[in-house]
Design a protein around this ligand. Sequence first.
Ligand SMILES: *[C@@H]1O[C@H](CO)[C@@H](O)[C@H](O)[C@H]1NC(C)=O
Ligand SMILES: *[C@@H]1O[C@H](CO)[C@@H](O)[C@H](O)[C@H]1NC(C)=O
Ligand SMILES: *[C@@H]1O[C@H](CO)[C@@H](O)[C@H](O)[C@H]1NC(C)=O
Length: 448
Amino acid sequence: MRFFNTAAATFVATIFLYSLLPVDAQSVFDVISNDRQLTLLRTFLTTTPGLANKLRSSTDITIFAPTNQAFANVLSNPNVDLSPAQIAQILRYHFVPSGEFLASDISDGLQLRSAFQSERLTFQVNSTGVFVNNFSQVVQPNMMASNGVIHKIGNTPALPRTILNALSAPTRPPTTPAPVPVMQPVPAPAPAPDGLGNIVEVACHCIGPTDEAFAALDPSLVEALTTPAYKFHLQEILLYHAFESILQGPNLLDSFSVLSPEGLFLTTLNTAEDRVQFRSPDGQSLVLNDGAANVVVADVAASNGVIHAIDAVLLPSFLQETVATVIASDTSNLSTLTSLLNQAGLVEVLSGDGPFTVFAPINEAFDVLTELPDLDTLTDILTYHVVAGMYPSTLIEDGLELTTVLGSTIRFSVTEMGVMINDNVPIETTDTVAGNGIVHKIGGILLP
Ligand SMILES: *[C@@H]1O[C@H](CO)[C@@H](O)[C@H](O)[C@H]1NC(C)=O
Ligand SMILES: *[C@@H]1O[C@H](CO)[C@@H](O)[C@H](O)[C@H]1NC(C)=O
Ligand SMILES: *[C@@H]1O[C@H](CO)[C@@H](O)[C@H](O)[C@H]1NC(C)=O
């Protein structure tokens, strides 16, 4: 299971990259997403239609965020079987839409209306600390986001009255149908020594290609993928085999949709949010992506989730992309570059074998050009932004010089302001992968 461990390690690396976003740019949802104690909350939010978006776009909000441990304390109780609808109600009950309440605004006896049917949360403040509904203790107050504030709560999530009543009902009516999809509580993971293991343990349900599956790939591709230059390509392929969803249960065959003609589609953790199709033609076997791979060993329990071994490596969508299509598809930031590449006839070059590293000026970068240069000058400028070879951000260090396709070099410096090229052009967004290269967005034009 070496494959899975690598997947785990790279997934942690991804989380790290996300957490480098400047704090003031992070929405409540981003802050929750980047917190390793809140991975279950994040998972529940993303599977509750509309709510994740509210936490990104509403302003002046307060969220009481149950930790993984708090959720686990409830979900691991064998007498509790919450449906996805009840989980959604619980989430809304932790969302105060009517203001940003800092810890200093919360006094003993205060009541705030939640987004779940305006049902109230009641606060207790005493020498032990701050409590919600006499039970859920605030364990980390005042986590600030651009659009509100988050207070982490421990013990258990606060439960709205309707759910408390349902839980305290003596027996469930035997006729109650099981909610679909089946909720499988994830036991609280033991904290990993480095404190990061839970992200993977809680959030990652994986399918892992067997050694034979790798052997079937082009050996030069496999070799390339193990080198540092292809770090992000490998990461994207591994994440295409990893799923965040915990709603389907560890045994995929338990889910009714896999028996339907369309099968069940699960979104993977890769950047493109590609989906993988799971279908069972006979209720016994599992076929992926219309026969691209078969599950050969299902439900291998691992300390960090569940692995289904498959007999072929699944190929994510980015492998069909070229640096040219990656640039063309970024219509909000790279449309000017796209049209200039077309005018200079360079799209065909960038659709070739590569590998290419492209430093792609965003639209604003072209504002300095008062008029369009002649075609030769334009071609020189554009080819000065392309390097033959694969240079992910992790290989770019202070003092590095790279020879461009034009022939002259560009030079990198790592400063407090970030990474600069030729001392004056900042790198803005790094490491968008394509089958034939990698694209970094830059905030200015490089002039040869
Ligand atoms: C909290 O506990 C106090 C004291 O036992 C009780 O009077 C109050 O009603 C409780 N509040 C809630 C919201 O359960
Ligand atoms: C503070 O309030 C909480 C919640 O009602 C309660 O469990 C705890 O015992 C109280 N602490 C003290 C010192 O009264
Ligand atoms: C690109 O466009 C989006 C909006 O579509 C914006 O949020 C982002 O900051 C832009 N810049 C870069 C460098 O990606």
